[in-house]
Design a protein around this ligand. Structure first.
Ligand code: ATP
Ligand code: MG
Ligand code: FE
Length: 344
């Protein structure tokens, strides 16, 4: 089936066309430039940008793929989690297309889409996989038995997401928003073992409640205190070493817990997705630890890790093929949609 996917959970307007596991086109418009000067996403600004970008982005996608909208078999749209205003714009567009074209609508989960998109790049999942989805809004560990129908949440962050922690530490180091990519770049020139920052929740073992949960807000506070103490002592801040040591603490915890979960559940394929999986420290450590543990690592290229329409079209395609019933036209959007709900 030919599936058109629409993503609007945050600041990216994404529209893509997928046939089976083949990506025909992935068109994206972003309003990040408008948010950068505020140091965070302004939902109202993002909503208006989605409204303006939606029809041109749909037209761009169908134009580049050289298909006619009438050939589309199903419409998939992000139903949550995400920002309510932005999600509502995407859902309205998807419902309009569904009614206009007389084709079924599938409201799907954004976070599971971040894992599913890997199938477009690396092929179908070889059975059960572990998925680590790390972004500005999420750090979650999912056990995926079937990406269309059976996803279990093993753990998630109790406070800040990994990308969010990077953005906050970026702000305290005086870097532009979003700080994640800047810290990544600085960290490459620093010593990851220069400062020993805390590893949150790592004392929790397999049987504990928080064995696979994350916590990064204590780490962020530790970095802030360390920087303040140096400033008070009149010393210059070794920014590259701080960035590298902070990044090391984050990716150490993420990868250690993920590998432990793979062992515990006897899973030998790990899929990593979400905007933070652009991070080079994470990519390196995940590759190293997966190799040591005999786990096959799948991380799509960066353009499929950040928010995009392809991930939603990919998940829609999987859901359609699994024979799941379409959504009704009265579905709403859910800003805090459960990570075990694949489609609504
Ligand atoms: P969500 O997917 O949870 O709704 P989001 O839209 O913020 O949230 P993405 O666009 O997938 O998610 O990811 C953006 C986040 O990824 C930001 O926090 C950004 O700083 C971070 N990020 C992007 N590139 C890097 C990098 N190279 N190193 C660290 N963080 C990065
Ligand atoms: Mg984004
Ligand atoms: Fe995302």
């Amino acid at each position: 089936p030919l599936v058109l996917g629409i993503e609007t959970s945050c600041d990216e307007t994404g529209v893509a066309l997928v046939r089976g596991d083949e990506l025909l086109v992935d068109a994206t418009a972003s309003s990040m430039d408008e948010h950068a000067r505020y140091g965070g996403i302004i939902p109202e600004v993002a909503s208006r940008a989605h409204l303006e970008a939606m029809i041109p982005t749909i037209q761009q996608a169908v134009g580049e793929a050289d298909v006619d909208l009438s050939q589309v078999d199903a419409i998939a749209v992000t139903a949550g989690p995400g920002l309510v205003g932005p999600l509502t714009i995407g859902a309205a567009a998807a419902k309009a297309l569904s009614i206009g074209l007389g084709k079924p609508l599938y409201g799907v989960n954004h976070v599971i889409g971040h894992a599913c998109v890997d199938q477009l790049v690396d092929g179908p999942f070889p059975g059960r996989v572990m998925a680590l989805v790390v972004s500005g809004g999420h750090s979650s560990l999912l056990l995926v038995d079937d990406v269309a129908t059976a996803v279990t949440e093993l753990g998630s962050t109790l406070d800040d997401a990994a990308g969010e922690a990077f953005d906050k530490v970026g702000r305290l180091l005086g870097l532009p928003y979003p700080g994640g990519p800047h810290i990544d770049r600085l960290a490459r020139a620093g010593d990851p073992n220069a400062i020993r920052f805390p590893r949150g929740l790592t004392a929790a073992k397999d049987q504990d409640k928080h064995a696979y949960d994350f916590s990064f807000s204590g780490l962020k506070t530790a970095v802030a205190r360390w920087v303040e103490a140096e400033q008070d002592a009149g010393r210059a801040i070794p920014v590259a070493d701080v960035a590298a040591s902070f990044a090391e603490a984050v990716v150490d915890v993420l990868t250690a817990k993920t590998i432990a979960a793979c062992r515990r559940h006897d899973v030998d394929t790990l899929v990593v997705g979400g905007g933070f999986s652009a991070n080079s420290q994470l990519r390196e450590k995940a590759a190293q630890r997966c190799a040591e543990a005999g786990v096959d690592l799948r991380i799509p290229p960066i353009r499929y890790c950040t928010d995009n329409g392809a991930m939603i079209a990919a998940l829609g395609s999987a859901v359609v093929r699994a024979g799941v019933a379409p959504s009704t036209l009265d579905i709403g959007v859910d800003s805090s949609m459960s990570l075990t709900t694949v489609s609504v």
